[in-house]
Design a protein around this ligand. Structure first.
Ligand code: SF4
Length: 271
């Protein structure tokens, strides 16, 4: 057994250890958290996944017509307005990102990056998902890095906080380095329904950023964890705010409660 980690877990812990403990240590239901993915979003992701897998499989057809055929195969179960807006989103994406003077060079589509390492004698397993990996432009030494793309289907473009962006980049750097032996250059969020794109460039400090946060979390877990609440502007988006009584330091759910399913115990790796 080990401690599973992802960028979203690390963001939660770095933002507020109390919220982390409720969600990941005690699996306490988060009111209003998550939410169901829209059918349109699922089908857009599935269509683009098929399109890029076909491209990588060298089946030859990389045309807009092929993308439309794939959309019709899955999108037919949607209502007419969703079918139309879904196709417009895919067509705009194709014209903006695929039909370019220099065609994109895909490296991998729809996958998970996994790697593990030992921190403070605890086996920590990082996992990140990606939608698309592309070869980036070669640098001055002629070495090409990887550009990672995530497809978003939210209607509004949400700019990531610096913390989220830094941790996400850091986790992707570790995963791509461990799994493919490649260097990450950028991470882009492409908002399909608006056609907007946010791109984050890798900076030198990202290399160790997630490791530092993970080390702090592991130390907290090994100490027994005090899971102090850390109030701030992020509380507005926290699903636990209605239960969060900052005057009561012992408000974590008791382990005997029905909903309490404490995180798996940490396993120490002995040398
Ligand atoms: S409301 Fe704020 S302080 Fe309370 S758990 Fe959520 S993020 Fe932490």
């Amino acid at each position: 057994m080990s401690l599973p980690l992802s960028a979203s877990r690390l963001v939660r812990y770095a933002t507020c250890p109390r919220a982390y403990a409720w969600k990941y240590r005690y699996h306490y239901p988060e009111p209003g958290g998550g939410g169901r993915r829209q059918r349109l979003g699922i089908l857009l992701h599935a269509t683009l996944g098929r399109f890029w897998q076909d491209w990588l499989g060298r089946r030859g057809d990389r045309s807009l017509g092929h993308l439309e055929r794939l959309w019709r195969q899955g999108g037919g179960e949607l209502e007419k307005p969703e079918q139309t807006s879904g196709w417009h989103a895919l067509e705009s994406y194709y014209l903006q990102e695929v039909r370019r003077p220099e065609p994109p060079r895909p490296f991998a589509s729809e996958g998970r990056l996994r790697h593990s390492l030992v921190l403070d004698r605890v086996d920590v397993q990082f996992e990140s998902r990606y939608d698309l990996l592309l070869w980036g432009e070669p640098d001055r030494r002629g070495v090409a890095g990887i550009d990672l793309v995530e497809f978003k289907t939210a209607r509004q473009v949400r700019s990531l906080s610096q913390l989220e962006a830094d941790l996400q980049l850091s986790c992707y750097i570790l995963g791509i380095g461990a799994q493919y032996g490649q260097a990450l250059r950028t991470v882009s969020h492409y908002y399909l329904l608006s056609g907007e794109k946010l791109t984050f460039a890798v900076q030198p400090h990202h290399q160790r950023y997630a490791l530092e946060k993970a080390q702090r979390l592991v130390a907290n877990l090994l100490d027994g964890g005090d899971w102090e609440p850390k109030p701030g502007s992020h509380c507005r988006r926290c699903g636990y705010r209605s239960q969060c009584d900052l005057s009561n330091p012992r408000q974590l759910p008791p382990e005997s409660a029905g909903y309490a399913r404490p995180e798996q115990p940490l396993v120490l790796t002995l040398f």
